[in-house]
Design a protein around this ligand. Sequence first.
Ligand code: AVJ
Length: 326
Amino acid sequence: SILRPEAGAGGDPESGAETLASAVRRGLTHEPKWLPCRFLYDATGSELFEQICEQPEYYPTRTEDAILRDQAGEMVAGWDEAPVMIELGSGSSTKTRRLIEAALDAYDRLHYVPVDVSETILEESARSLVDDYPALNVTGIVSDYHTALRAVRRRFPGPKLVVFLGSSLGNFDDEDAVALLRHLSEALGPEDRLLIGLDQVKDAATLEAAYDDAAGVTARFSKNILTRINRELDADFDPDRFAYQARFVPERHRVEMRLISDREQDVAIPGAGLRVRFAAGESIHVENSHKYTPGLLRDLASRSGFVEEGSWSDPDRYFRVQRWRP
Ligand code: AVJ
């Protein structure tokens, strides 16, 4: 079944409430120019992201999958009966199958609750999971993370294992990451756990290649935000007049992704009531992908009201999955 909880009053601007037009007005009149990365994921952007995951340079997806393949049993152990497994930003749930299978092995049955803003993705993944695992019960929640957490607390009183994989938290700035995780730690009870997967700091060349693959898929993914603004706000961006750049900034422990105007140019965005001037070399900051070390993870956990309980990595230490208790 599918739940559609109502968002709370007020709401923060990144929670899904802000329209593209308003984000474009806010971001492209700001100095330096920027756009919220969640607008990268329209149908084309989601398709391109799937292709990114298959690029040889983009190691996070396959590395996390290998960690789960080998160590999922330990990650889901420790309860007398199956905790409800809540997955934030479930996407297509492929890696989650490792955890679902481990939990079904350990507990024989499982209630899996994927949370995603896309109802289509939820429906598709719920259907194929239910077809494949007769002992699995699936309830999808269509909402942003904050709204979902409130709904989960009301509806599922028993022990919970919240799963937040794929380095999805990597898109959040430090303060926003702590705010989300703090909200989560406050929503969880003493029997509940968080399983979080985050990409790790490594040499700049490996990181920059992962975010600027030779086939140009990540560049197309980033430029798709301009195409989307053209389509939805009737703008006249020429994506070919922007170069794509990915830079690792060690002080900020993140890869920063930008589109850089290759000349001085004006862009009309009627749907946002805006004309925007770009100087030659001026950039739009479109995404950050934060990278962690074991020390940064410990800080993140403690600032968010969590304590580390388990930690699993790959032989190269490229990626890490941790289990935290509130
Ligand atoms: C979906 C946030 C995990 O940061 O690795 C990949 C997004 N952007 N390539 C990441 C992304 C460009 C991805 N996350």
